[in-house]
Design a binder for this molecule. Structure first.
Ligand code: PLP
Length: 807
């Protein structure tokens, strides 16, 4: 570690020479980024070894968080912040003529996730380490992260995200800790001993090699581990393979097939694609993770009987649900446990978070595929299912319908959510309303059977990345006003509410928001040559593009406003800049057409001199963590307009709030709890409630066509989708129009009038600066509840039973 600025400068220049063989004058920005990161990596590694030594010597319980996604974003900035050397480095570099911000931008985002679920996993790791909790991540080291999005002629185009191109400084390959994962083959039962033995034969072995990334706590000595597994050809398989027989091509094919397992992240969000490779990925990282936990455990303890006292395994959604049968397999086949004891251990070690109630997102694997890929695991799942169904039969004799619905294997499928609920001791939803819907609707039978398993843990975000790091000016203003305690105790932000009416403070808040808006406006101007008015309302919807998130509702409303201006160019409306960003799954036609529609509307609106720049529409390409950091800080309005009941929690809503944006939203997910915190005066809520939506689904009484015929302005907008209003072929948006008029599954037309009124209310509030500033301050003040530190403390106490661990 460097002792001061001068020492840092010496070490940095030295690192440039030893690592890159270059002087400062010769080095590129990338060289300098890599040298700085390498220097920081050295500092971190020493602390990491210390933490691991402490963990080795303790019996403290550890948690392993299994997730198929970790959307961690850039790490240099957050590592500098956590080590508390940001100031020294920025000043030292500046004296060397280098801008630290520019170096930070050299880092490619580790985009190993689709959206909210993956970002949640990243925020949780940050909170675990910052609270000195012994908790580690377990996932997949995808060679290609989520695709890079470009917009060409208004359409999304996907390019591969080759994030490892320049080598990745923050990972440590641990070849000696590799484990073997087995696929395919057959299982023979050997009855010669006292207990039958199950022998897996003729399998293919894949080598799982861990790449460890250190996870630092904020100004703490704790450095936890994110372990990401990479698939490689196992030596023995390689020797056996066709390579030696001279069939080079077959050998190469085999290599490709193995490496394919950790090649790409599936770009689907809230959708189950049913691809075999995905099932391979899931078993690959689950088996590797469980084996490595057990191997480590056995170095400390003679017996696995007490595993539950020292290890908690958490599964983030059902993708890692194979943890249940895999832990059973290891305990029974490798450690010699009987079924009942193995089941007691497994079902008291694993806990599960549900992330969605949407049927199209629920994983279920065809039994033949499952059985042929994972023959031994299938036997175990079948046994779990059989025992569970017997238990159900005893409770509900004759109720076949209920039993079929709850069974793990039914109708030719293995149902992963059912497996996860049966095999774990805790099942949690991610916001109050979501947990209630789980209990009352989607998992009602399971709730009645296992009421004690169900609990809520409302999601959170790390206030360190999403405020302290990404909005430094706001962070220092807050600290000036109420002191620094909020950094450790984010609910202390509440002290700001005393200044909600203080006009001096209001002006300071406004000035910072304006600075951040200028920064975003510069980004937009440089990248897209679009000039936006920083005095306009920055109205922002950034998230995955999905029908349930209703980007369509937003666009239709923009078209409506535009029509009003065309009818009356002198209409007094407050200028608005509508900002969108988000990726669509490459196979999701409607979502991709929504992007095209946003861009077609932008094209028309932005180039129409008649409306005198009162409206601007901007679609920012390639939404990612680092882009998100610029956007949230600059937002005035946070669009959280999902169809009520569909968004389990949302976390974008929390990031906006923490940066002083006002939510325009439905009573869905965590929006409800945001309203409960800020109260109705500081949020604009509209639209159907979840109960109303669910009731319409049940009764089938909603007819969108009636609304189309009764609301003239809305009819005009819908018709403009397919007449020559937009500069596209007239059938371009035919399917969007058809979807809206035929069943409108997401109640876009139903909520349109209420949304329009809500937007009018937003405008009225914005037009009175004192009111808007008050709303903005209250949002920041009451955002503390949504720190992931609160969420993680609840998991630690309520689910995992782990404690902070310090020397
Ligand atoms: C927070 C975040 C999300 C989740 O946004 P929602 O609005 O909750 O869907 C997705 N992607 C990125 C990059 C994020 O930072």
């Amino acid at each position: 570690m460097f002792t001061d600025k001068e020492d840092f400068k010496v070490q940095f220049v030295d690192k440039l020479k030893t690592l890159q063989g270059k002087s400062i004058e010769e080095a590129s920005k990338l060289d300098k980024y890599q040298a700085l990161s390498a220097l920081i990596r050295d500092v971190i590694s020493k602390k990491w070894v210390d933490t691991n030594d402490r963990y080795k010597k303790t019996v403290e319980k550890q948690v392993y968080y299994f997730s198929v996604e970790f959307l961690i974003g850039r790490l240099l900035g957050s590592n500098l912040l956590n080590l508390d050397v940001q100031g020294i480095c920025a000043e030292g570099l500046s004296e060397l003529g280098i801008d630290l911000n520019e170096l930070e931008q050299q880092e490619t985002d580790a985009g190993l996730g689709n959206g909210g679920l993956g970002r949640l996993a990243a925020c949780f790791l940050d909170s675990l380490a910052s609270l000195n909790l012994p908790g580690h991540g377990c996932g997949i080291r995808y060679k290609y992260g989520l695709f890079e999005q470009k917009i060409v002629n208004g359409y999304q185009v996907e390019n591969p995200d080759n994030w490892l191109k320049n080598s990745y400084v923050w990972e440590f390959r641990k070849a000696d800790k590799a484990v073997k994962v087995r696929f395919n083959g057959t299982v023979r039962t050997d009855y010669s001993g006292r207990e039958p033995k199950f022998i897996h034969e003729g399998y293919d072995t894949v080598l799982a090699v861990p790449y460890d990334i250190p996870v630092l706590g904020y100004k703490s000595d704790t450095v936890n581990t994110l372990r990401l597994w990479s698939a490689e050809v196992a030596e023995e398989q390689f020797n056996l393979s066709s390579f030696n027989k001279g069939d080079y091509n077959q050998g190469l094919e085999y290599r490709y097939a193995v490496e394919a397992i950790s090649e790409i992240l599936y770009p689907e969000d809230s959708y189950y694609g049913g691809r075999v490779l995905r099932l391979k990925q899931e078993y690959f990282f689950v088996s590797a993770g469980i084996q490595s936990i057990i191997r480590r455990f056995k170095r400390h303890y003679q017996s696995l009987h007490n595993l539950t006292d020292h290890v908690a395994v958490h599964i983030n959604d059902t993708h890692p649900a194979l943890c249940v049968p895999e832990l059973m397999r290891v305990l029974i086949d490798e450690e010699g446990f009987g079924w009942d004891e193995a089941w007691r251990i497994t079902s008291n070690t694993i806990s599960y978070t549900n992330h969605t109630i949407m049927p199209e997102a629920l994983e279920k694997w065809p039994t033949e595929i499952f059985q042929s890929l994972l023959p031994r695991l299938f036997m175990i799942v079948a046994e779990i299912n059989e025992r569970f169904c017997k238990e159900l039969w005893n409770h509900y004799p004759g109720d076949w319908e209920k039993i079929r619905h709850m069974a793990i294997i039914a109708d030719g499928y293995v149902k992963m959510a059912n497996l996860a609920v049966v095999g774990s001791y805790s099942v949690n939803g991610v916001a109050k309303i979501h947990t209630e819907i789980l209990k009352k609707e989607v998992m009602r039978d399971f709730y009645l059977h296992y009421p004690y398993k169900f609990n809520n843990k409302t999601n959170g975000i790390t206030h360190r990345r999403w405020l302290l790091k990404s909005n430094p000016k706001l962070a220092s203003l807050i600290t000036n006003q109420i002191g620094p305690s909020w950094i450790y105790h984010p609910t202390d932000l509440r002290n700001l509410c005393r200044y909600a009416h203080d006009s001096a403070f209001q002006h300071q808040i406004e000035a910072i928001k304006r600075d951040n808006k200028v920064k975003l406006a510069d980004y937009i101007k440089n990248k897209y040559q679009i000039v936006v008015n920083v005095n306009s309302i920055f109205d922002v919807q950034v998230k995955r593009i999905h029908a349930y998130k209703r980007q369509l509702l937003n666009v239709l409303h923009i078209m409506y406003l535009y029509n009003r201006l065309l009818d009356d160019p002198d209409l007094l409306i407050t200028p608005r800049t509508f900002i969108f960003a988000g990726k669509a799954a490459p196979g999701y036609y409607l979502a991709k057409q929504t992007i095209k529609l946003i861009n077609a509307v932008a094209q028309r609106v932005n180039n129409d001199v008649r409306i005198k720049d009162k409206l601007k529409v901007v679609f920012l390409e390639n939404y990612s963590v680092s882009l998100a950091e610029i956007i949230f800080a600059a937002a005035d309005v946070s669009e959280q307009i999902s169809t009520a009941s569909k968004e389990a929690s949302g976390t974008g809503n929390m990031k906006f709030m923490m940066n002083g944006a006002v939510t325009c939203g439905t009573l869905d997910g965590a929006n409800i709890e945001i309203r409960d915190e800020v109260c109705d005066a500081n949020i604009v809520i509209f639209g159907l409630t979840a109960d109303e939506v669910l009731n319409y689904y049940q009764t089938g009484t909603y007819k969108s066509i009636d609304i189309y015929h009764s609301d003239e302005a809305l009819k005009r907008v819908i018709d403009q989708l397919t007449n020559d209003f937009l500069a596209v072929s007239p059938d371009e948006f035919q399917s969007i129009r058809d979807g809206l008029l035929h069943n409108d599954e997401y109640f876009v037309l139903k909520d349109f009038a209420a949304y329009q009124a809500a937007q009018q209310k937003i405008e009225n509030c914005f037009n009175v600066p004192e009111i808007w500033a008050r709303m903005c301050i209250n949002n920041i003040a009451y955002s503390g509840k949504f720190s992931s530190d609160r969420t993680i403390s609840e998991y630690a106490i309520g689910i995992w039973k782990i404690r902070p661990f310090l020397i």
